[in-house]
Design a protein around this ligand. Structure first.
Ligand code: FES
Ligand code: FES
Length: 170
């Protein structure tokens, strides 16, 4: 019986390879094998979003992705989000609205919001609430997070308008 498998994938644009048990979770691969600790683990059963990463551009709960499902995929952890211009505006909006308290949930929210604004630069409150359905926060009651997300969406629209006026690509 096969006890470990080789897994190769891209993490934040760089090739990675490790040998783990097939049932090892992506959240464990990132944190325990690759030293990427920005994505958090809390529930471990796909209910809280603390472990959210991008898999082939789509937000997923890393605690639900097994090693055998990772091979060949393109993973972006919170450490790799600087590659996306949207992330800077997401962080700015969340900071301006003092969105978080303890911050444990924050990386998952930033990943989910980055994915949303990359997919839909015109995201409104309904879109934002839908995109954040899988992310739980035990501290804030969500109002500040939604305000921060709306602020980020506004900043992104502003950036697109300014770029259009200046004839620059965004
Ligand atoms: Fe993965 Fe909660 S730790 S969803
Ligand atoms: Fe503490 Fe969200 S700020 S869990």
């Amino acid at each position: 019986m096969m006890s470990t498998i080789p897994v190769s994938f891209r993490l934040n644009g760089m090739p990675q390879a490790c040998t783990v048990k097939p049932e090892t979770r992506l959240s464990e691969i990132l944190r325990d094998h690759l030293g990427q600790s920005a994505s958090k683990t809390a529930c471990g059963i796909g209910r809280c979003g603390a472990c959210t990463v991008l898999k082939d551009g789509v937000p997923v709960n890393a605690c639900l992705v097994m090693a055998w499902q990772v091979g060949g995929s393109d993973i972006v952890s919170p450490e790799g989000l600087d590659a996306f211009p949207e992330t800077r505006l997401v962080r700015q909006g969340l900071v301006e609205e003092a969105a978080f308290q303890c911050g444990y949930c924050a990386p998952g929210f930033v990943v989910a919001l980055t994915a949303l604004l990359r997919e839909n630069p015109h995201a409104d409150e309904t879109d934002i609430r839908a995109a954040l359905e899988g992310n739980l926060c035990r501290c804030t009651g969500y109002h500040s997070i939604i305000r921060g997300a709306l602020r980020a969406a506004g900043l992104l629209l502003q950036a697109h308008q300014q770029a259009a006026q200046a004839g620059r690509p965004t």
